[in-house]
Each structure stands twice: as C-alpha cells, then as structure tokens.
Design a binder for this molecule. Sequence first.
Ligand code: PBG
Length: 332
Amino acid sequence: MHFAGAFPSTRMRRNRRDAWTRALVAENALSVADLIWPIFLTEGAGQRVPVPSMPGVVRVSPDLAAEHVAEAVALGIPAVALFPYTPIERRDEEGTGALDPENLMCRAARALKAAHPGLGLIGDVALDTYTVHGHDGVLRDGYVHNEDTVAILCRQAVLMAQAGVDVVAPSDMMDGRIGAIRAALDAEGLIHTRIMSYAAKYASGFYAPFRDAVGSTAALRGDKKTYQMDPANSDEALREVALDLAEGADMVMVKPGLPYLDILHRVRREFGAPTFAYQVSGEYSMVMAAVERGWLDHDRAMMESLICFKRAGANGVLSYFALEAARRLKAG
Ligand code: PBG
C-alpha cells in the first residue's frame, strides 16, 4: 500500500474533480455480464401475475417465459434463475412435485432453452416450493432429515438438468448435498452441468417477499434455523464454502446480499473461487418501498447497491433489479 504525503501536497479531491478522472480511477465496474435475473414461474397460459410484496416483479406462465426474458437476453444478461410458484393445494409432505419431469421448472427450462439456446439457465434445487410445510427438505419427527432430503435433491437436480437447466443451484443447506448431486449428475452423463452452491445461506428475515412469490408464506411451519446459518456467524461460512468446493461446487454463493458483504469479501479472498451474491427479495422490496414513497431514487439506490457487491468481491449478483440495471447500463 502506498501512503501519500500530507495535505496540502496531497488533495484527495483532485481525482474526484471531473467525471473523466473519476472514471479513470474507478476501482470496480458493473457490467451486464455480472447480472443474473431471478424469474418466477406460475401454472397456466398467458399468465403474468404481479407479486404484491415485490413491486415490478411478476410470475409468468411457461408459454410467456421466452418472451419475458427476451429483452434481458438482448441486453446481454448471461443467465436467469428459475423459481416455481406452487399454491398450497398442489403441495404435499414429501415435495413429490419436484420429481415430476413435467413440473413448471422442467417445462419452462425446455421452452427457454429452445427459444434462447445461449441463455444460461439456473435451477433452484430444494423442496420448499413443493412441500406443504414449506421446508427445503422432508420432515422426519418434525426435523428436516438430511440424507432422505439429499436423495430426493439428487433426483430433482438430474431431472432439471435433463430438461435443459445448465446450472443446478442447491439452496437447501443440507450437509453433503453438493458431492451427492455431483455424483448423481455424473452417473447420468451430465458432466457439463454446473453446480452453483448456496454455500453460505443464512436463516434470514429478508426472504419474506420471496416466500410470497413462490407461495410458501402460508405453508411455512416454523423457521429454517436448523439448516440455514445463524446471522451471527462468519467463520462458519468459510467452513461451509470449503466443504462445498471440496465436494465439487463450480461456483459458490453468499445469501442474503448487502447485509452480508463481509462474508462475501472473506469468501472471495479466502478461496478465489467464482463467488456470487444474492440480493434477496427483502432487499429489493425495501428499496422499492422507499422509492414508492419518494424517499429513495430508484436508479441511484439500485446501481449503488450493485457496485457494492462488485467492490466486496462478487463475480456476479443475482438481483431482481437485473433487467432494470442492464437497461440502465446500456443507456450509459
Ligand atoms: C429456498 C429459497 C429461498 C430463497 C431462494 N431459495 C427462501 C428460503 O430459503 O426460505 C430466497 C430468495 C429471496 O428472498 O429472494 N430454497
């Protein structure tokens, strides 16, 4: 680190004086290639249903999925992350909907791959959108059973990969699932399917709007503290990431985003692996609520939050702002 001389020979404001020097000395930049756009899916045809707790976000039926992402593709967004909405009456104890090759995820993946072969598809591997209790796995005596859940997740991951999902993204936080899913994919010859692990995923209050979006709010019994991480912990996140990388994760994620930039920074520094942040639903909705009240400027809050992820070390960000940010980047 170079330490400059003192004022007045050193004036930090010189480089901030004009837009062109500010641009020259900028240490980080956000590009459209950094953005992953999460997409919510719903049954039916011709459906575009607003999510009330996430202003500007809709659920689309599979027939509209390709059209829904067309602008994102044209703008250069590399990948979308798919999440199915499942009403309570279509859920069951074991989350069997996850293993239906005709489920929303698989149908949408096939439609999107056919329409946009160059678009990366990320599929959420977890049972929370299929279970009647809203947990990410199956319950045995009221506890989410690790090994029974992992066995189902392996089959879920293989099915979505066969439907065209390029990146399976286990968001369940079971132990040992990355290695098991890697082996299950390889056994089916799916050696190119990538795994983006939700490696350091916290038991967070900031997921509430997402649970509305996928239909889990009414379903969820209790909380997820027996498998998701305690927000008080940081060293533990490094152990989680180390294990997932050792088991074969191609990319790791820290989630939520802005409140956990310290974790993101440590993970990127320590491992140097492709590291992603998830700016989750509650973070998005907080900004949007303030924007609606005229308390925050939409574009400034959006672009500032996204560059903060880059500064902290993210290779990319999953964000509900992705399309708007891509538009903004293009406009310059
Ligand atoms: C569940 C899952 C969650 C999110 C992504 N996958 C919610 C949860 O763990 O309860 C949250 C995403 C968001 O809040 O935007 N497998």
